[in-house]
Design a protein around this ligand. Structure first.
Ligand code: GLU
Length: 462
């Protein structure tokens, strides 16, 4: 049997992290099993769903690296099929039209409050055999009334519910649109889905869906309901993929690694490449207990990934960010060397870019703490001597730059820090940067010399 799983988001305009994890679990399971990962857009709510919102789903999945197999299925294009299946179930007496009005239903609910602790439809139209000419109506499923519904969840174990607690749920609304509950089964059958992996909030729905499979004379797929992610509402910012991609500047590997571990584990291992996740992930190893979202941990995982992924990939993720900052860079050895320098200490892609802008942008002001600590009356002469030594370098290499610094320090019997820190402040604007020789190399000879003289003038004029 080829494993076929699906991710079936409704286009809400953003990709919630819980949904992102559902997508990831499905994708990992498909790739692990050599199966297929199908994308289905549940867009039957025509008023709410825009094309822009559908695009968000595509963009998020692509960014996460979760490629799908075959064409995307759009529920809005399948209305005729849902109607056909609904009609078949009506003809077989397994579904029925119901023309109870909203007011009648409200009144019934109210009345049932006294007699029962649930608010199921009372079955007024269940045996009426209403035809299509019964006025405004919905189509309801005839839920078995005796016994219980049981299924074996791959994560949660055995789950049971009494049929009397299950509703004759609506399959087709009065406007002709199918409900989620109905369309999901029609589609999962059409797509030959073998495993339904989704959030635990769908456990109750599963009983209704299994009853529908049986009514259609089909075997239901296997189900796996992943536990909730707690703590998402307590944090700042939107709990979405877009937020972590843009505002926090995470790598997809960072987010994927972290959300995979929210509910799934493999021994005590914390850091996984995508390839390792594919090799090690099994849906049976997902825990039952809820995951607790921890943003600090997410950032830590992301930092580890920043040091691990191929440098070309870091480049891909930073190009657009540099462009937004008004800097034009191209992929190539120079950029890779820069990113190697920056990624050693950066927490995010955004930081790699923002902390390296000094290479192009000369300091407009100098950090006050750095100035009071590292600039004094002797500094202008020191910076000017250093500028001359750098000007005289003929082979532009870090070794030659280091030699120039050593020469200045030796001439003045200064420890290297006493040369490097004023130089940093002059070149970067603050006495914090990657290694000074590398920094000078990237800034370039002429520009370094210019910045050293400019800082010397600044100190003299203070
Ligand atoms: N559109 C549903 C959701 O986003 C799909 C649930 C399912 O996977 O069955 O929750």
């Amino acid at each position: 049997m080829t494993v076929r799983v699906r991710f079936a988001p409704s286009p809400t305009g953003f990709m919630h992290l819980g949904n992102a994890r559902t997508a990831l679990f499905n994708w990992l399971y498909a790739r692990h099993m050599g199966g297929q990962f199908i994308l289905r857009i549940e867009d039957t709510d025509r008023e709410r769903h825009t094309e822009a919102a559908v695009q968000v789903i595509y963009d998020s999945l692509k960014w996460m690296g979760l490629n799908w197999d075959g064409p995307v299925l759009r529920q809005s294009e399948r209305l005729a099929i849902y109607h056909e299946v609904a009609q078949k179930l009506i003809d077989e007496g397994k579904a029925y039209r119901c023309n109870c009005t909203r007011e009648e239903l409200e009144a019934k609910k109210e009345a049932m409050k006294e007699t029962a602790n649930h608010a199921c439809y009372d079955g007024t139209c269940r045996e009426k055999n209403l035809g299509p000419d019964c006025g405004t109506h919905v189509v309801r499923f005839k839920m078995p009334k005796e016994g219980e519904s049981t299924f074996e969840d791959m994560i949660q174990g055995t789950i049971t519910k009494n049929y009397k607690d299950l509703d004759d749920f609506i399959m087709v609304r009065s406007d002709g649109m199918p409900t989620y509950q109905f369309a999901v089964v029609v589609d999962d059958l059409a797509l030959q889905i073998t495993h339904v992996i989704r959030g635990a909030d769908h456990i109750d729905n599963t009983h209704c869906q299994i009853a529908l499979y049986h009514a259609l004379g089909k075997e239901p797929p296997r189900f796996a309901h992943a536990p909730r992610i707690d703590g998402l509402s307590k944090r700042k910012g939107s709990p979405s993929v877009e937020y972590y991609r843009e505002a926090l500047g995470l790598l997809p590997e960072g987010l994927n690694n972290y959300i995979a571990r929210l509910g799934w584990s493999h021994g005590d291992d914390e850091i996984f490449s995508m390839q390792e996740l594919i090799e090690k992930f099994d849906i049976c190893d997902v825990n039952r207990a809820n995951g607790e979202f921890d943003e600090e941990k997410l950032k830590w995982v992301n930092e580890q990934q920043l040091r691990l992924v191929p440098i070309e990939e870091i480049a891909d993720h930073t190009l657009e960010r540099y462009e937004k900052a008004g800097i034009k860079v191209e992929k190539g050895e120079w950029l890779y060397k820069l990113l190697e320098m920056m990624r050693k200490r950066a927490h995010s892609l955004n930081e790699i870019v923002s902390d390296s802008l000094f290479i192009w942008n000369a300091p407009q002001t100098y950090d006050e703490a750095s100035v009071s600590k590292h600039f004094n009356a002797d500094t202008p002469a020191l910076l000017e001597d250093l500028a001359n030594a750098i000007q005289n370098i003929t082979d532009w290499s870090e070794t030659a730059i280091e030699a120039a610094f050593n020469e200045i320090a030796a001439n003045r019997s200064l420890k290297m820090g006493k040369v490097a820190q004023p130089a940093r402040t002059a070149i970067v604007g603050i006495a914090q940067s990657p290694g000074i020789y590398e920094v000078v190399w990237f800034v370039g000879k002429d520009e370094t010399v210019r910045r050293l003289h400019k800082a010397a003038e600044f100190i003299k004029n203070r």
